[in-house]
Design a protein around this ligand. Sequence first.
Ligand SMILES: C[S@@+](CC[C@H](N)C(=O)[O-])C[C@H]1O[C@@H](n2cnc3c(N)ncnc32)[C@H](O)[C@@H]1O
Length: 199
Amino acid sequence: MRSIFGNPIVYHALQSAVGEQKVAPFLERSQLKSGCRLLEIGCGPGIHAHLFSSYDYLGIDISEKYIQHARSRHQLAFEVADATSRKWAANEFDAVFIHSVLHHLSDSQTLSVFDRIVEGLKPDGLVYLTDLVLPNTYSLSQLLARIDRGDFARELTHWRELLETRFRIEWIQELSVGFLKVEFWKMFYAELRPRDTSH
Ligand SMILES: C[S@@+](CC[C@H](N)C(=O)[O-])C[C@H]1O[C@@H](n2cnc3c(N)ncnc32)[C@H](O)[C@@H]1O
């Protein structure tokens, strides 16, 4: 079953069918100003890059193949980098966008990504995070989360615990993603600010 979703044709067909549902809350709520400095972590082949052409955007991904693909499709800056270890200058970014990446990373890798973000994000900067939830009741969405290629789909309580170690949760909502009223994936969307560590 995993290999079916690993097939790029199946993956792209599914993503194009449900992609709008996944980014809807970000599009509805974000108030990014044109020209702001935006980092996308785990940008893949640039699936969301078309949303960011009016920003001072940098997309990073650990996969060289994905970054080559993204560069061939978009006139934006992309870099091959590991988000757990890539260092940033202080106050480099106004905002960070991370979509469907952290369920591929263990808790300790995820916390390393958060630490790198906190280093580079302005104190009033925002993180826009969307990721996969492991539902706690038997369902199609629970089955699909369990067989996902990412090994770290988490229950929402677990996500919250991780987020709150480094961020203040400004907004969080669950997303039901699917077709014809059938939920295929449970996800969440969150807006996060770095915790004020000055006190
Ligand atoms: C499921 S894909 C999501 C791609 C894209 N964000 C999207 O929403 O379609 C996960 C992405 O995270 C990238 N990734 C995984 N670990 C990473 C790391 N440590 N640093 C940077 N990117 C990473 C993978 O190469 C892959 O492109």
